[in-house]
Design a protein around this ligand. Structure first.
Ligand code: XIL
Length: 691
C-alpha cells in the first residue's frame, strides 16, 4: 500500500485509510481546538501520510549523508525506520510531501521517535523543507528534547506556505546519533471561517491590521484575514535578512506576494522593518569576513550599506506599484528602526552592532535616508516592545524628543504590546498619554496577549476560564485604545490565529483559534456581552496599583471592571485599593510571576505584594533560576545576577511599599531551550508565597 496518497483537487478523505487511522487523525485534529472553540465548519479531514514501516520504507528516504533501513522493532506494531550514518544534525530521513501538502491547509503530524538501545539521549526535530524558486526554507514543527531508547509519541501542527517542492523530515538539534521513527500519520484539515460575524475592523475606529505570513493569505485563512483586517504587516518578509540576504542580492518575492494580495483586497501595508539588530545578515557588519571596526572607513561603509538597503526597498516599491501616496501603492508606513532602546544603558540605547560601529547617530541617519528615499507620503515609525514599563518609556520618550528637536523626520511611535493576560492597561495608557505630548502619530504594532501568565504554565490549549479572562483583557485594552483613537494611525495584532503564533504553543494570544473560529478575545473587541462567564475567578484583584498606575489620574470609565475575571480590575478606580489593602496573616509577601516565552528567551513580569504589617522603605527581592536562565535586561528595579541567584533592588521611585502594597517589576531573559519558572522568592530575606 503506498504510504503517500496524492490528493489532487484539494483534500478529501482517502478511500483506503483504515478506520482506526482516521479516528486517530480526527482525535489529533480535535486537540487543536481550544475548549471554547465553536464547532469548526466544513471540515474535510484527510490522512495524507501514513507509514508503519511494516512492509518497507513506505516512501521514506535518506536525507543528507544518512542511510535508512527498516527494523523489526515497532512502537506499536512490528517494524520501524532506522536512520544511521548521520554526520550532521540535518542528516536524517525524509518523505516528499509535494503532492499531498496544500499551502494554507493545517496538518497534524503524529509520529513516534526513539534512539536505538543503549544510545543515551538526544534532542530530535521534526521539520519541513519548502523550496520556492530554488530557495529552501527549513521550518521546525517541533523539537523533542531528551529522546532516549524509549518510544516517545510526538504531535505537532503545521501550515505550509507556498512551495514548489516540500518534504517532511526528522533530524536532530546537534547530536548525529542513530534514530528510529515509526507510525507516522499526517492528516490535513481545511478550516472554513465563519464570515457572517462582524468584521473586527467595523468595531475599531482606528484602522485594524494583522501581521501575516504567506500562508495566511491562502484559502480559508485568506478569507478570514480579508474579512477582518484593513491592513497587513509582513511578519518576516521585509526584514533585512529576507530582503537582502547577501550584499547586493535583493529578494522581494515573498514580500511582494503579500503586497499584491493587499492590493487585491484593497488593504494598506505597514512595512516592517528597515533596521533591526535581529534578522539582519552578518555581512552588514563585516568587511571581507572580518568585523567592521569604528574606523571612519568602516563607519562610512556601514552607513552606505544602510542607505543602499533603504533606497533599494523604497525604489522597488515605487517602481512596482507607483509613487507612494497614489492609489496603486498600498505602503503607507514603515518601521524605520526596531527595538533600539535599552533602558539599562546610561544613554538608553541598545548596544547592537549598529551602535558598536556607528554610535547613536545611525538612528537619525536611518530616518533621514528613509525620508529621502520614500518621500513624505510614507509615515516613518520607530518601534519598540515593553514601552509601557516606566523604565523603558523614559528613554523611549527621550530619544524621540531628541530626534524631533534635531529635525529628524520621525512621524510615528510604535508600541509592540506583546503582553500577557493581566499586564497593566493603565500603565500602557500612561505611555500613550506621554507620547501624546509630542507631535507624533502612534501605532499599536504587534499586539498579542499570551494566555500564559508565567513560564510554569503549560498546556495544549488554555483552560476555558483563561480564554474568557483574555476576552475581558482584550475588551479593556480596546476600550482604553478607543479613548486615544485620534492619536493612532493603526492597531495591529501580531498574527491571524493561535496555531501560528510566534509565541510558544498554548499561548493562544490572538483573536481566532487554530480552526479559524472566533474566540472570547474576538468578542472582547466586537461584542463584550458575548465573551462568556466563568464560575471560578482566576485572577485576584491586586492590592494596590503599581506606581505607574497611581500616577495616572484618570482611568477611562469605559474600562469597565469585571471583578471576577478581568485582570485590569486591579487598576480600575471603581475597585477601591482598600478592598484588599489590609494585610493578611501568614507569609510576608506574595509573588506573581508571569512570563512570555519564545524559543531562546522570555519577558517576565514579577508582581510583589508586601503582606507584612509595617511599611517597607526599601526592598530587595531574591530568587533562583532553576534552569540556566540569565537576566539580560530588567526594569523598575536594579537587577543583578550571580550564578543562578537573581537580586532585584527597588528603584528610587518604588522603594516604599505599604502593607498590602504591590510593585510590578520585570526583565527580559534568555534560556537554554526550556524555561522552568523560579519557585523560591524572598523579599528582604523573608520567603514569599507564589500566587
Ligand atoms: C517575529 C516573527 O513573528 C517570527 O516569525 C520570527 O521568527 C521572529 O520575529 N518583535 C518584532 C517582530 O519586531 O519582528 C518579531 O517577529 C516579534 C518581536
Amino acid at each position: 500500500m503506498p504510504s503517500v496518497r496524492p490528493v489532487p483537487a484539494g483534500l478529501r478523505p482517502a478511500a483506503v485509510v483504515a478506520a482506526a487511522l482516521v479516528t486517530v487523525a480526527l482525535v489529533l485534529a480535535g486537540a487543536l481546538a481550544g475548549p471554547l472553540a465553536a464547532p469548526a465548519r466544513a471540515l474535510s479531514p484527510a490522512v495524507v501520510v501514513t507509514s508503519d514501516f511494516e512492509a518497507g520504507l513506505d516512501g521514506w528516504q535518506a536525507r543528507g549523508a544518512a542511510t535508512v533501513s527498516t527494523t523489526a522493532v515497532g512502537a506499536r506494531g512490528t517494524g520501524s525506520l532506522l536512520v544511521q550514518d548521520r554526520v550532521d544534525p540535518w542528516d536524517g530521513a525524509l518523505i516528499p510531501v509535494t503532492e499531498v501538502f496544500e499551502p494554507g491547509t493545517t496538518y497534524t503530524v503524529g509520529l513516534w521517535l526513539r534512539l536505538p538501545d543503549g544510545a543515551g539521549s538526544a534532542d530530535l526535530r521534526v521539520s519541513v523543507q519548502r523550496d520556492v524558486d530554488g530557495v529552501a526554507s527549513y521550518e521546525t514543527l517541533t523539537t523533542v528534547e531528551g529522546v532516549t531508547s524509549q518510544w516517545r509519541e510526538v504531535t505537532a501542527t503545521y501550515t505550509p506556505g507556498p512551495f514548489d517542492t516540500a518534504s517532511l523530515y526528522v533530524e536532530s538539534v546537534s547530536s548525529p546519533a542513530d534514530l528510529m521513527v515509526d507510525d507516522v500519520l499526517v492528516s490535513g484539515i481545511r478550516y472554513t471561517p465563519d464570515l457572517s460575524v462582524t468584521p473586527v475592523s467595523d468595531e475599531v475606529s482606528v484602522p485594524f491590521g494583522i501581521a501575516v505570513e504567506p500562508q495566511d493569505v491562502l484559502g480559508g485563512r485568506g478569507d478570514l484575514l480579508a474579512h477582518h483586517a484593513e491592513q497587513i504587516t509582513p511578519g518576516n518578509q521585509m526584514k533585512p535578512e529576507s530582503i537582502q540576504p547577501t550584499e547586493g542580492t535583493f529578494t522581494f518575492g515573498a514580500a511582494d506576494g503579500l503586497v499584491d494580495w493587499a492590493i487585491e483586497h484593497d488593504m494598506r501595508v505597514y512595512g516592517h522593518t528597515l533596521l533591526w539588530h535581529q534578522q539582519t545578515p552578518a555581512w552588514f557588519f563585516q568587511r571581507d569576513g572580518a568585523a567592521l571596526t569604528t574606523s571612519s572607513a568602516d563607519q562610512a561603509l556601514l552607513r552606505e550599506r544602510l542607505r543602499t538597503h533603504i533606497e533599494a526597498i523604497a525604489d522597488h516599491y515605487r517602481e512596482t506599484y507607483g509613487e507612494y501616496g497614489t492609489a496603486g501603492n498600498p505602503i503607507f508606513a514603515f518601521d524605520v528602526v526596531n527595538e533600539v532602546i535599552d533602558e539599562n544603558q546610561s544613554d538608553g540605547l541598545r548596544r547592537s552592532e549598529w551602535y558598536r560601529v556607528l554610535g547613536p547617530s545611525y538612528i537619525a541617519d536611518a530616518f533621514r535616508y528613509a525620508r529621502a528615499a520614500f518621500g513624505p507620503e510614507v509615515l516613518l515609525f520607530i518601534n519598540d516592545y515593553n514601552s509601557e514599563y516606566p523604565d523603558k518609556r523614559a528613554p523611549y520618550l527621550r530619544l524621540v524628543t531628541d530626534l524631533l528637536a534635531q529635525g529628524v523626520p520621525v512621524d510615528g511611535v510604535g508600541h509592540q504590546l506583546h503582553v500577557e493576560v493581566g499586564r497593566s492597561i493603565p500603565m500602557i495608557e500612561d505611555t500613550i498619554e506621554a507620547f501624546e505630548a509630542l507631535p507624533v502619530r502612534q501605532a499599536v504594532t504587534e499586539l498579542d496577549v499570551s494566555a500564559y501568565r508565567d513560564s510554569g504554565e503549560q498546556w495544549t490549549a488554555p483552560p476555558a476560564a483563561r480564554l474568557i479572562e483574555q476576552g475581558y483583557y482584550y475588551r479593556d485594552m480596546f476600550a482604553m485604545l478607543e479613548q486615544h483613537a485620534r492619536s493612532f494611525e493603526s492597531i495591529t495584532v501580531w498574527g491571524l490565529e493561535d496555531s501560528r503564533t510566534w509565541l510558544r504553543s498554548g499561548a493562544a494570544p490572538l483573536l481566532f483559534d487554530g480552526q479559524l473560529q472566533v474566540k472570547p478575545a474576538y468578542w472582547g473587541i466586537v461584542d463584550p456581552s458575548r465573551i462568556g462567564t466563568t464560575p471560578t475567578p482566576t485572577v485576584t484583584p491586586t492590592v494596590s496599583p503599581s506606581p505607574s498606575v497611581s500616577a495616572s489620574p484618570s482611568v477611562s470609565p469605559s474600562v469597565s471592571p469585571s471583578p471576577s475575571v478581568s485582570p485590569s480590575v486591579s487598576a480600575s478606580p471603581s475597585v477601591s485599593p482598600s478592598v484588599s489593602a489590609s494585610p493578611t496573616a501568614g507569609p510576608a509577601c506574595r509573588v506573581t510571576f508571569t512570563s512570555n516565552d519564545w524559543s531562546t528567551g522570555f519577558t517576565a513580569g514579577v508582581r510583589v505584594t508586601h503582606q507584612g504589617t509595617t511599611a517597607l522603605s526599601g526592598w530587595t527581592l531574591r530568587f533562583t533560576f532553576p534552569g540556566g536562565q540569565q537576566v539580560t535586561q530588567g526594569w523598575s528595579a536594579t537587577w543583578t545576577q550571580s550564578g543562578s541567584t537573581v537580586t532585584a533592588t527597588n528603584a528610587a521611585w518604588n522603594g516604599r511599599l505599604a502593607p498590602g502594597g504591590s510593585v510590578d517589576i520585570g526583565f527580559n531573559g534568555s534560556h537554554p531551550g526550556t524555561n522552568p519558572r523560579p519557585t523560591s522568592f524572598a523579599l528582604n530575606g523573608v520567603t514569599c508565597t507564589l500566587a
